[in-house]
Each structure stands twice: as C-alpha cells, then as structure tokens.
Design a protein around this ligand. Structure first.
Ligand SMILES: [Zn+2]
Length: 496
C-alpha cells in the first residue's frame, strides 16, 4: 500500500443579508415570518415574469471578491441550472456557470494560501420541512430567491483542521464586511466537502489545479453534505479519511457519490450518486443581460474595502504593536463587536499610559479573556457594562499595584452592577487601595499566626503546604488589600 494523502476541496454557499431578494423586490429577511408570505410571481417562477438583478447583491459579491484577492470578471453572465425538486418553483436555478463574477482568489490560513477557484452569484431555493408526525412534507418559499454567493476552493486543503480554519476565517471576514450573518447552524453559511485519498506520487499541482501524472490514476472523490457546524465539518472529514482509507486498504474502490453527515451517529451515509455537470443542462439565462462592472464601481469597492481592517490583519497588528499572544488575538478578532472593543481598549491604554502601554495591554488582554468574558459573551462584548475605559483603568491600577488582583475582581463585580461608576471611584469608595506597608502587614500576619497556633506548629514541623492557608487568611483579613508578595515574605520569615 502506497502512502495516501487526503485531498480536500470545499464548496461554500453564503446567504447575503440584502434588503430584497436576488431577482425581485420581496423582503429578504425571513426570520420570524410565516411560511410563504415573502413571495411574488417572480420568485415563484410564474410564466411570463422577468427577473431583474439586485445591485446590492452584486456589490456584496464584489466586496468579498476583492477581500479574497479574486480577479474580477468585469463581464460575467448568468445561466440556468435545470433540475426538478419541490423547493425549486421555476424548475431551474439562476446561477453563473462559465463566467463567474470572480476567478482565482485565495485566503491565507496560517501563512499558507488556500486557492479559491471561483466566486459566483446565484439564488437560493425554498425550504422543505419534513413533518414525521403527519407523514408529509411542507414547502416554504420565503427563502426562494435569497441572494447567495458560492465559493469553490481548489482541492488544496490537506486536513480537517485546515478546512475548519478556512471556514472560520471566512466567517469572520463575512461578518467584518457585514454582508452575511454567516451562522452555520442557521444555514446562512453552508459548507460541503469533497474528499478523496490519493497516492502521494500520483499527482501534481499545476497552479491551484490537481493534475494526474502519466501512468497513474486518481481515486474517486466523495461529496459530504449536511455540515452545519465547524465541529461537524471537522468530524465528517476525519471520518471520510478513515473510511476511504479502509476501503482502499482492503483493495476496494471508493464510489463517487454524495454522502450526508449524521451528527448523532458520527458517520457519513450514502445519499445518491453524484450528478455530472451534463445532468443540469446549463444554458445562458435569456432573461438577464450580461453583467458589466465598470472601473468606477470597482474603484468604489476598493475604497470601501480600504476602510475595513480584515480580521487576520487586525490580529497580526495586535500581536506586533501590543504583544498579544497569537491565540488571544485570534480569539478577540472573531466578531466585529469583540474586535471593536479590543481596538478601543488598546487605543485608550496607549493614550493614558504611553510610557508602559505594552505591559498594560498584555495585562488587559489577560483580564479581558479570563475575567471580563465571565460576564458577557464574546459576540456581544461591546454591549457589556465593563467598558474599554474601565478595563484600561483597572489594568493600570493592577500594573501600578494600586490594588491587588483579588480586589480587581471586586472592581469588576461592582461595575457590572453599576456601569456609570469609574474604577477610581470604586477603589476610593470601597477602600480597596493596596496595603504595601510592611509594618501593617507584619501586625496582621502576627495576629493570624496567634489565631492558628496548631497550624503554625504543623507548618514548623514540615507541613509546608499550610503556607497557602496562612496567605489566604491574611489576605482575607486585609479585605484583599495586602500585597500578596509582601504577605508571603513576612509569613515565611515569621513561621521559621
Ligand atoms: Zn419575490
């Protein structure tokens, strides 16, 4: 058995949050609406109706295309993809075939460029709802005609982790560009994975394309659907790598087919043999003119994009300018809200503590991820009562040893109850100022030792773990104000 390597490509559908649908003026926000209330003769495909293209959807397509380094095809065309299914009222889907809006883009993941073959615009189908109780299927056409972007990567992804990282980074970008909510669980971003195992020396990459070497053949690929979370995507790919490996090891051949991911059982299940392109009888959409993007529009898109700092660039800047660790910068750049909070925090720190802002920024980053996130979600960080200014002031107070970290937590608890009060006021009102004086601490230490003579004797007899008990007691009796380092030093001396 020769060495086999996984070859993975992704097809991703993205629902755009435009005002209206792709080819009619129906409301595109179906959340909470009754089934089949957002429909019109155009999106229901009545005979004699004509589609007209949504400019906002093209604008969003161009934004993403430029953000992902695509070559924009200034002249592109729409086509009909014909198939019969109950959720497709027209009997065909309007999409882009030979000439998509964007060709040959890429997204950088961990300093490695993942080539994306194409980006095209199309429309979504309706939704089928299978009701097992009444044993019937219902169809809701509210989603029929929702604008979609489809991205197709080259088969250059080599692991389940890399596939997940790609989707996560893409999701961040979609949210920063504010063109899609991109929740996988809600079907706003839907990924399908094409997976195969190939012998290591049987192929080459010519640019982003996989080319079989003379005298070799490629094993079939399998398409996996129903991947509605990052976890499902990663698990399904790993499952397929394992399954195909066993098929090939036992001398069998992998069947080219579409398989569905069963989350509960943790397996992929055969659904149908894959259609070929010919099955869809693509032909040019006769009811829509060619789409022409002029230079002025392209320039406007570029200027709009120049104002948006994309998540990877932002995270790198935080690492470089403020010394944030990579995983922390990556986490805090996840949502526009967490990114805006972090940016405001860092700018504030730099303004009010120009001398040692890096040290304070690192401390603030740690407090943000470990303490502030106990009170709110990362997604809604900007809405939380602890403002960037609060956290900046608190971090400075901690760095200057104005308060101990125990009382730092008291400050946070107080802010959560009343966001209007400043850190300085809380420290004053609650008398939280750290006690540094050795004399004061020394008296407190002696008091505690006198209170616990048995423990003191046990410590002196060698039970050194009791030191932590004494530190805890002194800290408690000082209301968290004693400098813990000084407490430890004096305790060690007095307990000798
Ligand atoms: Zn409509």
């Amino acid at each position: 058995m020769k060495d086999l390597v996984p070859i993975i490509g992704l097809e991703i559908h993205i629902e755009l949050k435009t005002q209206s649908k792709m080819f009619c003026r129906c409301d595109n926000n179906a959340a909470g609406k009754k089934p089949n209330t957002l429909v019109c003769p155009i999106c229901l495909g009545h005979p004699g109706t004509l589609p007209y293209l949504n400019k906002e959807a093209v604008h969003y397509g161009l934004l993403l295309a430029q953000a992902l380094n695509f070559q924009i095809n200034q002249l592109s065309f729409f086509a009909r993809k014909n198939y019969f299914y109950p959720d497709l009222p027209k009997g065909y889907q309007i999409t882009q075939a030979d000439t998509p809006l964007g060709s040959q883009g890429y997204l950088t993941i961990d300093d490695h460029e993942i080539a994306i073959e194409r980006l095209h615009l199309e429309e979504d189908t309706g939704k089928l709802i299978h009701d097992s109780q009444s044993n019937c299927s219902l169809v809701d056409y509210n989603r029929a005609g929702t604008p979609l972007i489809e991205l197709v990567t080259s088969p250059v992804i080599t692991s389940a982790t890399e596939a997940r990282r790609f989707c996560q980074e893409l999701q961040k970008i979609l949210r920063y560009l504010n063109i899609s909510n991109a929740n996988m669980e809600q079907g706003e971003m839907r990924s399908e994975a094409n997976i195969s195992l190939q012998e290591k020396d049987s192929f080459d990459f010519v640019g982003p394309y996989l080319k079989v070497k003379p005298g070799h053949h490629l094993n079939n690929k399998v398409e996996v659907k129903n991947l509605n979370s990052f976890k499902a995507l990663e698990r399904a790919i790993n499952y397929e790598i394992e399954r195909q490996g066993q098929v090939l090891a036992s001398g069998g051949a992998v069947v080219a087919e579409t398989r569905g991911w069963n989350e509960t059982k943790g397996i992929t299940v055969s659904q149908r043999y894959k259609e070929t392109v010919a099955d869809y009888r693509y032909f040019g959409e006769p009811d829509l003119p060619p789409l022409y993007i002029d230079n002025t529009w392209l320039l406007e898109i570029k200027q709009e994009l120049d104002k948006i700092e994309l998540p990877a660039v932002k995270a790198k800047r935080w690492q470089k300018d403020y010394g944030w660790p990579a995983d922390q910068a990556d986490l805090l750049s996840t949502y526009p809200s967490s990114a805006m909070y972090s940016d405001e925090l860092l700018t504030t720190i730099r303004q009010i503590a120009p001398g040692n802002y890096k040290e304070i920024a690192r401390l603030a980053g740690n407090w943000l991820t470990s303490e502030v996130l106990k009170y709110c979600s990362l997604k809604d960080l900007l809405l939380n009562p602890i403002t960037p200014r609060h956290l900046a002031d608190l971090s400075i107070a901690l760095a200057n040893k104005t308060i101990t970290s125990t009382n730092g937590q008291v400050v946070l608890q107080t802010i959560v109850k009343n966001t209007k009060v400043s850190v300085e006021e809380i420290i004053k009102q609650l008398d939280l100022q750290q006690v540094e004086s050795s004399d004061q601490i020394s008296k407190l230490v002696q008091k505690v030792i006198d209170q616990y003579p048995d423990q003191a004797a046990a410590y002196r007899a060698g039970k050194l773990a009791l030191l932590q008990f004494f530190i805890g007691q002194v800290m408690h009796q000082s209301n968290g104000k004693a400098n813990p380092k000084v407490v430890r030093e004096i305790l060690e001396k007095k307990l000798q």
